[in-house]
Design a protein around this ligand. Sequence first.
Ligand SMILES: NC(=O)c1ccc[n+]([C@@H]2O[C@H](COP(=O)([O-])OP(=O)(O)OC[C@H]3O[C@@H](n4cnc5c(N)ncnc54)[C@H](O)[C@@H]3O)[C@@H](O)[C@H]2O)c1
Ligand SMILES: [Zn+2]
Ligand SMILES: [Zn+2]
Length: 381
Amino acid sequence: MQTRAAILWEPRTEWSVEDIELDDPKAGEVKVKLAASGLCHSDEHLVTGDMVLDPETAALLQLEQFPVIGGHEGAGEVVEVGPGVTTLKEGDHVVLSFVPACGRCPACAQGRQHLCDLGALLLAGRQVGDLTSRHRSKGGKDLGIMCCVGTFAPYTVVSETSCVKIDDWLPLDKAALVGCGVTTGWGSAVNAAGVRPGETVVVIGLGGIGMNAVQGAAMAGARHVVAVDPVDWKRDKAATFGATHAAASIEEAAAKVGELTWGANAEKAILATGVATGDLVAPMMALVGKGGRGVVTAVGPILQEDVKLNLFDMTLQRKELVGCIFGNANPRRDIPRLLRLYEEGRLKLDELVTATYTLDGVNQGYQDMREGKNLRGMITY
Ligand SMILES: NC(=O)c1ccc[n+]([C@@H]2O[C@H](COP(=O)([O-])OP(=O)(O)OC[C@H]3O[C@@H](n4cnc5c(N)ncnc54)[C@H](O)[C@@H]3O)[C@@H](O)[C@H]2O)c1
Ligand SMILES: [Zn+2]
Ligand SMILES: [Zn+2]
C-alpha cells in the first residue's frame, strides 16, 4: 500500500515527510494503523548524531542506520496479520513496545523483557524476523524503522513481538505514551531506583521521561520528590505529578536536599535530561547519601566515555550508579498495568500531552521540544 512517513535521510538534517510504499506483513508480522505517536527525545538523538554509529562500526555490523523512519512511542489498531501470527488478530488494539519482547530469550525468560535479545536490533531498523525491510521510499530505497517500529507514519508493519494488546476502550492517543515515555520514567523510579516509602528522590530533567519518574516516585511513596529543570513552567507543573519541591539546577537541588534531609541527602536520584553528559554524573551522585543510588535513564552520545565521578565517595559511601532501559520494565506486564492505573485515575496521561501535531508538523514538534515548550508533543493521525 501507499502511505506516508517522516524520514531522516541523514543526521543533522530535518525530518522529511514523504509518500512511501509499505509491504504486506510477512511471517510473524502485523500491519498497524497508528492513532498517535509521541515525540520522544530519543529520535532527536538520531538528528543530532548522538545515537548514530560511526561508519566503521556500522559496516562491521552490516547495519545501515539511514534513511530511517522515526518514532517509537505509538499505539494503534491491527489491520492485517501475516502468516503464523497467533497472538493478535485484525481489530486488536496495541501499544507498540519500543523494545520487542520475544518471551523466550534468556532475558525474557528471567522476567527482564527490557533486555530482550531482540533489543540488539533497535538501531538496525529492519524487521526482526528476517532482517529485511517492509518500508520503501518512492525511489525504491529500503527504509529503516526506529526501534523496530517507526511510528512517524499512519501505518507501519512490525513484528508481533513489538505489540502489546490492550483493552479496546482505552484512548489510543494516550495509550501511545506508555510505549516509551511513561513506562521508562515511571519504571526509572519504581524499578531502577527502587523507591521505597519515605525516601527522598531527586529527578533531574522534567520532559516526558522525567515527569513520569516524578509520578512513579510519588506513587511509590517517596516523602520528598525534588523536581529539577531550568524551565519554570515545567517545575510548576511537576507538583501536579507529585513533586513536593522544585529546583532550577542540580546545585540548587543540592542545597534544598541538604536542608530537607538535615544533611543526610537523598536516597535516590534519576538523570532524565535531554542528553546525558559525563559532567552531570558527579553532581548527581553528590545528591545521594550513604548507600544511595543514582539512575542514568537519559541517553548519552554513543561514543562518550568520559564521566566525572568521585570514586572515593562512591566506594566509601557505598553508592550505586545504575543504567536503566525502558524503566527496567516487562512491557507485557507493565503496559497493561500502567493503563489500568490510568483508567482508575491514579496515573496521569492526559496532562502529559501539551501539544498535538499533524505528521507534517514533526519538525515543529521537535523545535518546540528544544525550546522547552512541551512535556510531550504528540502526532495524531
Ligand atoms: N533509557 C531509556 O530507555 C530511555 C527511553 C526514552 C528516552 N530516554 C532518554 O531520556 C532522556 C529524556 O527524554 P525526554 O523525552 O524526556 O526529553 P525532553 O527533551 O522532553 O526533556 C528533557 C528535559 O531536561 C531538561 N534539562 C536539560 N538539561 C538539564 C539540566 N542540566 N538539568 C536539569 N534539567 C535539564 C530540559 O529542560 C527538558 O525539560 C533523553 O536522553 C532520552 O533519549 C531514555
Ligand atoms: Zn523514547
Ligand atoms: Zn526476548
